[in-house]
Design a protein around this ligand. Structure first.
Ligand SMILES: Cc1ncc(COP(=O)(O)O)c(C=O)c1O
Length: 393
């Protein structure tokens, strides 16, 4: 079938750059090549035991049928309760929808809020999927350029400059994928206040909210007075090392969660029943696993940043959250015919067998994303290969 016979809508978007790298690295791996993977954005930890046991118990109890589209009452209450306790918010069951992963929640939220030609303000660097999801909905992304020297800071003044009569939403993602930047509670509050005053939605993707190494964890969901202007998006993927289980959620005014449920009822229906049971166990059970993982990520972050900064020509901001470093590799562009971060990441993968994600997918040309959710030994192996490869350019 030729591309022209596909819908115009599907031709507007691209395959996720992150997924593309993972696929290429896997291809090399199946050829027997030992690839060090800094590409995938997923925890290297196993899902905690009590969560796995809840899923097994759900299967044994035959909890294997359809549930309510937005998730069981038990799960929606558990999501609201966890968020309310951790962030001083006041969400009720009607304001919660569970989805098949956080990405599905973001997708549904954008589909129900963004119309043709609506403008969505998107700070750079951005998570790859935001742009394509907005485009798929027919909207236009208005890129908000940030300054690496200012730790990619986003302020209300910067947002205000981009607001037009067509502005429908602003996307926030703190801690950020890909940069690991964390917005201060004050900056976030000011952006939310501005959006609220101007009748603009805030889509706050907080899937790394528990992986903050700088401040006390902060969710805009705690800003109760602005609740009617916000959609808070979360996921169990990173918090509880559950990427393969596919469970995410949105917290939003009830008309938004109802609209998202309507869309979901025509696509996936409910998230997997047994995963919902596991999610309740995760959210209601002991939370020390979350803190243990955070502590380990923090050590890995210090290790990888030290290693990256020791490579001549590489500079790197200290990421303050999530599990990504976003080194600047612009010193190498122009050497050995390298024109772009994609060129560099491609050759790094093919010649040195280290998988990273080029910055272009995130809206910047001078960086590669290094996921450090792996062991120290694996970080060292990859860093050594990078050092040799870059030195030879
Ligand atoms: C910023 C951001 N949002 C959402 C997601 C989606 O995660 P999941 O669909 O696994 O819950 C990711 C995953 O990498 C992410 O980085």
């Amino acid at each position: 079938m030729t591309e022209s016979r596909l819908s115009e809508r599907i031709n507007r978007i691209e395959t996720s750059a992150t997924m593309a790298v993972v696929a290429e690295a896997e291809k090399l791996h199946t050829q027997g090549i030992d690839v060090v993977s800094f590409g995938a954005g997923e925890p290297h930890f196993a899902t905690p035991q009590h969560i796995k046991e809840a899923a097994i118990a759900a299967i044994q109890a035959n909890f294997t049928r359809y549930t309510a589209v937005a998730g069981t009452a038990d799960l929606r209450d558990a999501i609201a309760h966890r968020h309310n306790v951790d962030f001083d918010s006041d969400y009720r069951r009607e304001e919660v929808i569970a989805s098949v992963g956080g990405k599905h929640g973001v997708f549904n939220a954008i589909q129900v809020l963004v119309d043709q030609r609506d403008e969505v303000i998107l700070p750079v660097p951005y998570w790859v999927s935001f742009k394509d999801m907005v485009r798929y909905a027919g909207g236009n992304c208005i890129l908000l350029e940030t300054d690496e020297a200012e730790r990619f800071r986003v302020t209300a003044e910067m947002v205000a400059r981009l607001i037009t009569p067509r502005t429908k939403a602003i996307v926030l993602n703190s801690p950020s994928n890909p940069s690991g930047a964390v917005m201060s509670a004050q900056d976030m509050t000011e952006v939310v206040r501005l959006a609220h005053q101007r009748g603009i939605w805030v889509l706050s993707d907080e899937c790394y909210v528990y992986l903050n190494y700088r401040d006390k964890n902060f969710s805009v969901g705690g800003l109760r007075e602005f609740k009617e202007s916000m959609v808070v998006l979360g996921s169990l993927s990173k918090t509880y090392a559950m990427t393969g289980w596919r469970l995410g959620y949105a917290l939003a005014p009830a008309p938004v969660t109802s609209a998202m449920a309507k869309l979901q009822s025509q696509s996936t229906t409910n998230p997997t029943s047994i995963v919902q049971k596991a999610a309740v166990a995760a959210l209601k059970g002991p939370q020390d696993c979350v803190e243990q993982m955070r502590q380990e990520y923090m050590q890995l972050r210090d290790h990888v940043v030290k290693g990256l900064r020791s490579i001549p020509g590489v500079t790197c901001n200290m990421p303050e959250g999530a599990f990504y470093a976003y080194p600047n590799i612009s010193a190498f562009l122009g050497r050995s015919g390298l024109k772009s971060a994609s060129d560099l990441a491609g050759r790094l993968l093919r010649e040195a067998h280290v998988a990273t994600v080029p910055g272009e997918g995130f809206g910047t040309n001078d960086h590669i994303r290094v996921s450090y959710a792996t062991s120290k030994a694996e970080l060292d192996r990859g860093l050594e290969r990078m050092r040799k490869f870059l030195a030879a350019l």
